[in-house]
Design a protein around this ligand. Sequence first.
Ligand SMILES: [Zn+2]
Length: 486
Amino acid sequence: MKRPVDYEREYARTLVPKRLENASQAPSSSPRRTLRVRVYADADYRSQVLRWEPGIEAQLRRATDVVEGQFGVVFEVDSTRKWDRAGGSQDLETALNQLEALDAGEDVDLVIGLVSALPIFTTSHHQLGVARPFGRHCILRGMDNPEEHKALLSVFTHLPDQERETLYRERKLHKETSVLLHEWAHTLGVFHVQDSHWMMHPSYEPAQAAFAPQTQQHLALSLRHLPQGRRDREAQQAWARELKALLTATVWPDWEGADKESALAWTERALSGQAPLGPEPASPILPADRRRIDEVIALDKQGRVEVAAQQFEPLVQRYPRDEQVQVMACYLAVRAAPKLPATRERCESTLSRFPEQVPILMNLAMLHLQSGSHAEAQALLVKARRQLEAQLNLRGGQLGPARTACRKALAAHPEAVQAHFLLGWMAANTRAGQEARTHLEQVVALEPAHQDAWKLLAEQYRTAGKSSELKDLQQRYRTQFARELR
Ligand SMILES: [Zn+2]
């Protein structure tokens, strides 16, 4: 007869992660390549992971075990360093920019930045790590997860302690190694696949054990061109040429999509000599330019949006890696010229560089709403909601509609105005008049220069027959802008 402990052991077996392995276990035909890795650990990480230096060394050895057989790759620690950086660990993209600015890594093959574990449970690879595609840098989070630990202890009450601890440890090690290899592959230009069976799926799963065969080809190809492909222009172009040929010749549905497009776009940039060989450091903003930013903000507040956008343009060119500048560029373009195709292109390209920036997602959503593409707008708002939930540190599993996210944004984000406007717009389009008015009144109060909000609000008052409110609004508009609100 089965005892409770037998049932538990059976169940525990289903939670054991799959063994990471190469598709080919045969000895490698590729030459042995030692990849030198420099590791930085920030203060949070160091406080959470005791003995972090031997820890990352062991982690790299486990990664080597997975890739050595097939690719001949051996990860070797160049050095481990303390990383005293500003800011918390919420935004991985910011951490990645900081790491690139700190150490271009020209003398090594990979620079890893270690930041604190997430206090919430997530399976999204990009909450667990990020990497610069075709670059040298990646950020990895600590993988300790007290919640998962607690859950395992409470589920398996009959299993001996040792078995429970082993299960937790195996799951953690599998995740650590998978995320490291996933992000490393991104630095070689490898992109996501849609089948969750493979390690390059955007979400981590304990059942992932290998790279897809197509991904393996891509990896092997990039390895052949490195490290030279990151050091000199001609080698980079040779890499790009061969990669472009592989990507255009391989038809595989799991590969298609925006990710592949952006890898192909990189090959084009490289071939025309426009892809940087090393990181482009986010240069600090000069004092004179800081003053100019303030002037532009003032112009925008006065409603002189087009002048503001024009004056801002040189800064957009001068600081391509500065998040604040690029986010503002998208915002101003949306305000000044929402119908111009270039506006959408600008915001989309900003988003690809700063994918965690909620204001860009919202601005793009607004462009789509204005052009009537409601499905695209909806998809972007859902993304914005996910980002907000991650950034606001909410628990997974509480997935309310996009509105919930906007409402939370109102409480926590300076982009409140944009969220109010979008909520007002959505409400107006679903004939929720009261809600629309409430939000639009907020926009007008918070950001009087928002012309669209005045117009939409006037329309709402008119539809609802609120003539005294309409009159009052028109009066305020006249005082503000010295012209009529129509
Ligand atoms: Zn990824």
